[in-house]
Design a protein around this ligand. Structure first.
Ligand code: FRU
Length: 489
């Protein structure tokens, strides 16, 4: 009944106003990023519907606006023409209908002429057991701001798939469209397996089930979330977030992973997957999405957080999590590379050069900012360690350590305000080669790009406001090379 839904809409709006924080409460958080996208209040998770449409970039994100909790999700909406300045728009989609009452879950967008189409998962919970009902839904807009919901376009589950079936990604394939979904397959002997379900459509409104894909990976986690699929320098590549796979690192115990896969699609839309490679080796990276720019580049943005993390210091200020920086993807030597999008260079202030001498190594150097880009090359130590210490006030800091004994690069945030996340991440480094570093810092985050984007490590790092020092630590100071730094704003 339209009237009832209108009333519900009014109730939600009124309620929303009641629970908004004051502007001062919103802006005084010392952890608030100066140039990343973060929620005004409440909990942010996945980026959604990232697309270039009618001269503008649209980006949505999962938001629970009323608390730092994973409750019924909305789609928040920001737009930009330059990928730097983002305008917050009205909430695009509210969990206000029978098909999405417990969350307008993640999905992607399609630019179809004048029309912006949003495909998302409608999440509904019913009964005392809170049983999950899952459908794949559509909403469209002609002005890019006001969306009309069309309800479910896929209202049943694929055979032998549990209600964990979500996060539609739509790709054009010849004269038709494919919808990829992250899916949980239940085998005849009741094992749960992550897989991709594919639906097919000629008109984007009517979808028919085509099949379940990913058997090449065998038992590879109990669920795959947030798939993406795109071409990169001639190579078809997929991204998935598998849950429940085992990490090769003793420090990595959480079930949530991210990575890319070489993929191929035959003429009929049957998908074959290759090996899985981690995309970001840090602590806080999940559910990335990509969009194509008008000049043909592929940009990625991810959630700087993980599903089970809900206790971080910014919660005291009423908000939790943020998105990553935009990253430009390329396919080189059989691997996916990611580098900060070139647009971000416009954030750079005056360049500073730090030339290290024996006297300045092992000394804390104040940078007077927690928002900067840093570039250097670290010499691989023949013995012991070579460390770069960031966000440091003498008591709290985060270290990037080249450790020759274990032949690893370690990212160690154990000396920061504790979060319920893990404290050490690592990359195996057995070539003995020097390590080229590009670090983007923004108050409570570090994004580390290694060897010109061959590896990335992303971390939320909560240190006090005065933790603005940089320190290079080594028992062989002569190893150190110069550091270039730009404040970012
Ligand atoms: C990934 C995810 C998605 C889901 C969304 C709900 O973080 O669990 O699979 O659609 O978050 O907010």
């Amino acid at each position: 009944d339209t009237h009832e839904w209108q009333q519900l809409g009014q109730w939600i709006e009124a309620n929303q106003r009641k629970q908004l924080l004051s502007v001062q409460e919103l802006t005084t958080s010392i952890y608030r990023p100066s140039w990343h996208i973060a929620p005004p209040q409440g909990l942010l998770n996945d980026p959604n519907g990232f697309i270039y449409h009618q001269g503008e970039y649209h980006l949505f994100y999962q938001l629970y606006p009323f608390a730092c909790d994973h409750k019924d999700k909305y789609w928040a909406h920001v737009t930009s023409t330059d990928l730097l300045n983002w305008t917050t728009q009205r909430i695009a989609l509210c969990p206000s209908d029978w098909f999405d009452s417990h969350g307008v879950f993640s999905g992607h967008a399609v630019s179809n002429g004048d029309e912006l189409m949003l495909f998302y998962t409608g999440n509904v919970r019913i009964g005392e057991q809170r049983d999950r009902i899952t459908t794949q839904c559509l909403a469209t807009s002609n002005d890019g701001l006001h969306f009309t919901k069309h309800g479910p376009v896929v209202d049943t589950l694929p055979p032998s798939v549990t209600p964990h079936c979500r996060d539609p990604k739509i790709v054009q394939h010849g004269d038709h469209w494919l919808m990829l979904l992250g899916a949980q397959h239940q085998t005849v002997d009741h094992q749960l397996q992550g897989r991709l379900a594919i639906y097919r459509s000629d008109d984007l409104y009517h979808w028919s089930y085509q099949g379940l894909y990913g058997d090449e990976l065998g038992q590879f986690g109990y669920m795959w979330e947030c798939p993406d699929l795109f071409e990169l320098n001639g190579q078809l590549a997929g991204i998935i977030c598998p849950q429940g796979i085992k990490s090769s690192s003793e420090h990595y115990k959480v079930p949530h992973h991210n990575g890319y896969i070489k993929a191929s699609l035959d003429q009929d839309g049957h998908l074959t997957l290759g090996d899985f490679t981690t995309l970001d080796y840090g602590f806080d990276f999940y559910a990335p999405q990509t969009a194509e720019t008008p000049d043909g580049r592929r940009l990625l943005i991810g959630w700087m957080g993980l599903p089970d993390e809900t206790d971080q210091p910014s919660c005291q200020d009423g908000w939790l999590h943020q998105l990553t920086c935009l990253r430009e993807l390329s396919w080189e030597d059989g691997k996916m590379f990611q580098r900060p999008a070139r647009e971000l260079q416009a954030l750079r202030g005056a360049k500073k050069q730090y030339n290290f001498t024996e006297a300045s190594v092992n000394q804390a150097i104040p940078l007077d900012t927690k928002s900067y880009e840093l570039r250097t090359t670290m010499t691989w130590p023949e013995t012991g360690q070579n460390t770069i210490r960031l966000m440091d006030n003498g008591e709290q800091y985060c270290d990037i350590i080249l450790d020759s004994d274990s032949q690893r690069i370690l990212l160690d945030r154990s000396h920061t305000h504790s979060t319920d996340g893990e404290q050490i991440r690592e990359i195996t480094w057995n070539t003995g080669e020097d390590v080229e570093l590009q670090v983007l810092a923004d108050h409570s985050s570090l994004e580390i790009f290694i060897n010109n984007g061959e590896y990335a490590m992303t971390a939320r790092v909560f240190t006090p406001e005065d933790a603005t020092c940089l320190q290079l630590i080594s028992d062989r100071p002569q190893l150190w090379q110069d550091v270039t730094l730009w404040p970012l704003g």
